[in-house]
Write a protein that binds this ligand. Structure first.
Ligand code: BGC
Length: 759
């Protein structure tokens, strides 16, 4: 049947050629564009619900008579999201579940992220997709954003550099990326209607900066606009954002697509330069046609978008006739995900217990030890063939694991899951939602005492899951009473028997740690490490590789310490309310979120306020130690070049992440205490070995956005250049004088209707 269709369509194509129609790829774009009817043009800009690759998020409209094929858009960012099984087909189409974005950012290793992106891109190519709807790089404005796991960091330089590396890797396969969600998509609560009220400076320096870096450094094929509004206008309908900033200022040459069903006016989206509307609705078709008819949208405006979409289709594997094999090397990619996950895990505490010396007998506690979480839910979920639990990872490495409680745990997990599923609406509308973590088991004192007698070590895993549609809650941020009880009781029993306890955090976002982190002997933040998670955690615990992950965000002592907590819809799913620490800035409901902390997001806030944190931005322990020496900073180009010598002063091999923090000269604009401007990771250094790392920062990267002059300005004067092992562990500081100030004009756009009243 399929074959007959193919023959038919090539016959139709031939007939079309013979009838003299221009053909995409063979005739000039001008000719193809000219040959399109108005109806065809409008259809072409609107997605279709046609299924080419089952489970892919969208397709574009094909016009056979002009040789325009339909291209396939499929989700990420932790791996390709397609259906793994197809009706009447014995083959499977599983994809590799790679580590979540936040873990990749925690590697601070752009080369490694590029390799992971390359492996992901191979699966995109081999499974017949053309554009991979990833990476996602919105700023972690608040710890409870439900999609933070898909995003990288509270810092735009980490977000931008990580995304750029990822895009380079994916696009080496001649498939496209869609960097998303452009922009200010920092909460799930009322995500399709929320108006983000943000000053121009905070937009430029914090929320747009990562996108700017990625566009300029990696040239993604496409950009996906977000659901929310910016200062009253849907991002997909904002000419200022999509054309003035993205194209005119940053020279973006690709196509822009909407997020799925976003905005409320298809014609306004096209007028803004948002070229493609996905997944496409009849209403959008009518809106565009009506606007063309009444003259509020011109055909010339339409053609600009049509041309960019034609260019996108033209460069796709589909247009090149790529014969995909549906057979990517999943075995090789399993090795990529296992290895890459190691570099992004962050060792938070270690009282001499890690790395484990020799394989002993291990008791596992916490439901998640038996049921590891590879990643978050929603469109960022990946249909993988398997997930390695911690139990299996330890066994694979030769540990004897006490399995006496395994069946009890597995039954308890299955029962709670079944009860949850039974409570869902039967129409499938909630299937996409994050599944709540099972409650912890009650374990008696005598059971625990016996376990401590019979085993050499205890590992407790705490899990958290989240995803699209919901923000996390305060309850999710803290350990539950049962989790606390397990932690206290297991630790007491094992310590009494002279044995150690390790906590593994299998989480997708920040949780509270300050109140309990000193109870166990070690805490490993494993994040959600993809399908090989249990093996990767074991590799770290056994010291196969020294931990070299560093936090791309701050872990606060108290959730309410974060500046953004004053204006984030905390606990929105239990009835929307804002915290009583909110200052009165006129915010009434979830329709508006005022970014009153302004540019002071993450460490910029905690440093400005001088607040203690549980773990600072950039923090992470290693099994070895590093010394920084010979710091040097010199002028280079219009900016500076900084270098420092890093020596491994410990007993085992390891990699160090050197973070370059810059404090601006006093006077002029209000500035953060310090800001990350560059970073570098050493190669693996053997004990005693050194490496000199060099980082460049141009003058533009030193600049702040002056709303008064609507320009980026790098002030002349003395900057403090600090080489840090974290934002609060500065090892060497060197002054650098920028002899002459410099400025870069920018368009005066995207202003809030009223000035943002700042905290
Ligand atoms: C998400 C996007 C995703 C799209 C297509 C939307 O709900 O916000 O990230 O790419 O769906 O699945």
């Amino acid at each position: 049947m399929k074959k007959a269709l193919l023959i038919l369509s090539s016959a139709a194509l031939l007939a079309a050629c013979q009838s003299g129609n221009p053909q995409l790829g063979k005739s000039s774009l001008d000719k193809v564009l000219k040959a399109m009817t108005l109806e065809e043009k409008v259809h072409f800009l609107i997605g279709t619900s046609e299924t080419i690759v089952p489970g892919a998020a969208g397709t574009t409209y094909s016009i056979e008579r002009l040789g325009i094929p339909s291209i396939v858009l499929a989700d990420g960012p932790a791996g390709l999201r397609i259906e793994p099984v197809r009706e009447g087909d014995a083959n499977t189409y599983y994809c590799t579940h790679f580590p979540i974005a936040t873990l990749l950012a925690s590697t601070w290793n752009q080369e490694l992220v590029e390799q992971v992106g390359f492996a992901m891109g191979q699966e995109v190519h081999e499974y017949g997709a053309d554009v991979y709807l990833a990476p996602a790089l919105n700023i972690h404005r608040h710890p409870l954003n439900g999609r933070n796991f898909e995003y990288y960091s509270e810092d735009p330089v980490v977000a931008g550099k990580t995304a750029a590396a990822y895009v380079r890797g994916v696009q080496k396969n001649d498939v496209g990326t869609a960097i998303k969600h452009f922009a200010y998509n920092n909460q799930e609560t009322n995500r399709t209607g929320n108006d983000a009220v943000i000053s121009r400076r905070a937009q430029r320096e914090i929320y747009l900066k990562g996108f700017e870096i990625t566009v300029k450094e990696a040239e993604p094929w496409t950009v996906m606009t977000s659901y929310n509004k910016i200062n009253g206008t849907y991002t997909s309908q904002s000419y200022d954002l999509v054309t003035t900033v993205l194209r005119d200022e940053w020279s973006f040459k690709g196509a822009v697509m909407t997020d799925w069903f976003s905005g409320d006016d298809g014609a306004a989206q096209i007028a803004a330069g948002n070229d493609m509307l996905q997944p496409g609705t009849d209403l959008q078709y009518e809106q565009i046609m009506a606007a063309l008819k009444d003259g509020s949208l011109s055909e010339a405006q339409l053609d600009v978008c049509v041309r960019r979409c034609l260019e996108l289709v033209l460069r796709s594997p589909k247009a090149k006739g790529y014969a995909f094999g549906n057979n990517p090397d999943l075995v090789a990619h399993a090795a990529v995900t296992r290895q890459s996950a190691l570099e992004g895990m962050v060792l938070l505490e270690n009282k001499g217990v890690l790395p484990l010396k020799g394989a002993g007998k291990v008791a596992l506690f916490g439901c998640t030890s038996y049921d590891f979480i590879p990643g978050g839910t929603g469109s960022g979920n990946v249909n993988r063939a398997y997930t390695v639990s911690l139990l299996d990872g330890l066994k694979n490495a030769g540990f004897t694991v006490d399995e006496s409680k395994k069946d009890v745990y597995l039954k308890h997990i299955a029962d709670e899951l079944a009860a949850y599923k039974a409570s869902l609406p039967k129409d499938g509308s909630a299937d996409f939602y994050p599944v709540p973590r099972p409650s912890e088991l009650d374990l008696s004192a005598s059971e625990l005492a016996a376990s401590a007698r019979n085993n050499d070590l205890a590992i407790i895993t705490f899990g958290r899951n989240s995803g699209e549609f919901f923000d996390r809650t305060r309850a999710d941020f803290s350990l539950s009473d049962k989790e606390r009880k397990i932690l206290n009781d297991v630790t007491a029993a094992f310590h009494r028997a002279g044995k150690k306890v390790i906590v593994v955090l299998n989480v997708g976002g920040v949780i509270e740690t300050a109140s309990w982190k000193n109870i166990p002997d070690a805490v490993l933040l494993a994040w959600q490490a993809g399908q090989e998670g249990g093996n990767s955690v074991t590799d770290i615990l056994t010291g196969k590789q020294s931990p070299s992950g560093r936090l791309p965000m701050t872990f606060p002592v108290d959730l309410m310490d974060a500046g953004s907590s004053a204006n984030f819809p905390i606990d929105s799913d239990t009835g929307v309310y804002f915290t009583n620490r909110r200052v009165d800035i006129g915010q009434k409901d979830v329709d508006r979120t005022v970014y009153a902390e302004d540019i002071y997001v993450g460490y910029r806030w905690f440093d400005k306020k001088g607040l203690d944190v549980s773990y600072p931005f950039g923090f992470g322990l290693s099994y070895t130690t590093f010394e920084y020496s010979d710091p040097a900073v010199k002028a280079s180009g219009d900016g500076l070049e900084a270098s420092v010598k890093v020596t491994n002063t410990g007993n085992v091999a390891g990699k160090e992440v050197v973070q370059l923090y810059v404090s601006a000269p006093a006077g002029g604009l209000d500035k953060p205490v310090r800001e990350l401007k560059a970073y570098a990771k050493t190669r693996e250094l053997q004990p005693g070995q050194s490496e000199v790392v060099t980082m460049k920062v141009d003058a533009y990267s030193l600049a702040s956005f002056n709303e008064g002059s609507s320009a980026w300005e790098a002030a002349a004067g003395e900057y403090a250049i600090a080489f840090g092992a974290s934002s609060r562990d500065l090892r060497q500081t060197v002054p650098f004088t920028l002899a002459q100030g410099k400025s870069w004009p920018a368009h005066d756009v995207l202003a809030p209707k009223q000035p943002v009243q700042k905290l």
